[in-house]
Write a protein that binds this ligand. Structure first.
Ligand code: DGL
Length: 278
């Protein structure tokens, strides 16, 4: 039986509950952007565990250990809800995190196999994700439950999230890796390609350039933001009118200037970004 879902306690008249978001690095900024769009008055605290990235090329114990540390940190900071903005950490750790912190409300990110199958029942789907995500029992279950009639081609993109994480310094490597992973997909008559790692939307235009316009690219950031908003009790949903009181804090275990640069770029300069090292 799935564990009961905790929900943030209402705080009439008080500040909206703090929502923690984390990823191995910058990838979860795509989810942060969607959350800010969905809940413009929210208090959001994002942690990039960049000093310990990538997660997706590591063994499950490493991912669980890092996710646990970051989750404990967010709980200490006063988060009432945590969005695990990382497919790898969701696959490898969210069940344990729910047990460890039943007082928190949890939202995870999974590759969008379900929307891909719904959009093209019986269709041809490729899932680009980290090796760890694609090797997980959770991923196998996702495909078995939601895409039984589809042909689902898994593409473990070793090294890609790490190259994206390096920003401009990793740009050439990103191009080489996308050639390796995407060019073979271009001839496979695919209906949809699922971006099953939150880092990949940052290079969506380059993936699109290799696959052409006939393929649907899917990521789940907006769906995750809607799910998080649904889980907030209505009394605590921050009003869009309170957008000027919204707070967005960014913390990183890595280099603050690098996260600030990616945030300015990735968030479209929508709000001033201050990044703190933790
Ligand atoms: N962005 C993460 C994901 O969604 C992890 C990337 C990594 O650290 O390998 O899987």
């Amino acid at each position: 039986m799935p564990p009961p879902i905790a929900t943030p306690a209402p705080s009439p008249g008080g500040p909206p509950p703090l929502i923690g978001i984390f990823d191995s690095g910058v990838g979860g900024l795509s989810v942060l952007r969607a959350l800010h769009g969905q809940l413009p008055g929210a208090r959001l605290l994002y942690v990039a565990d960049s000093a310990y990235a990538p997660y997706g090329d590591r063994d499950p114990e490493y991912v669980l250990e890092r996710a646990t540390r970051v989750a404990d940190h967010l709980a200490r900071q006063g988060a009432r809800m945590v969005v695990v903005a990382c497919n790898t950490a969701t696959a490898r750790a969210i069940d344990m995190l729910r047990l460890r912190h039943p007082e928190l409300s949890w939202v995870g990110v999974e590759p969008g196999v379900k929307p891909a199958a719904l959009a093209s029942p019986g269709g041809r789907i490729a899932v680009m994700a980290t090796p760890s995500t694609l090797a997980s029992a959770r991923y196998a279950d996702l495909v078995a439950r939601h895409a039984p009639g589809c042909t689902v081609h898994a593409v473990p993109c070793a090294g890609l999230a790490a190259a994206i994480e390096r920003g401009p310094a990793g740009a050439d490597e990103v191009e080489q890796l996308l050639d390796r992973y995407c060019l073979p997909l271009a001839d496979m008559s695919l209906d949809s390609v699922v971006l099953g790692c939150t880092h990949y939307p940052f290079v969506e235009d380059r993936i699109r350039a290799r696959l052409g316009d006939g393929v649907r690219l899917l990521d789940t950031a907006d769906a995750i933001a809607r799910r998080a908003a649904q889980l907030l009790p209505s009394a605590t949903v921050p009003s869009p009118m309170a957008a000027n009181r919204a707070t967005v804090q960014l913390q990183t275990t890595g280099h603050p200037e690098r996260l600030a640069g990616m945030a300015q770029h990735g968030l479209g300069g929508h709000w001033p970004v201050e990044v703190v090292h933790v």
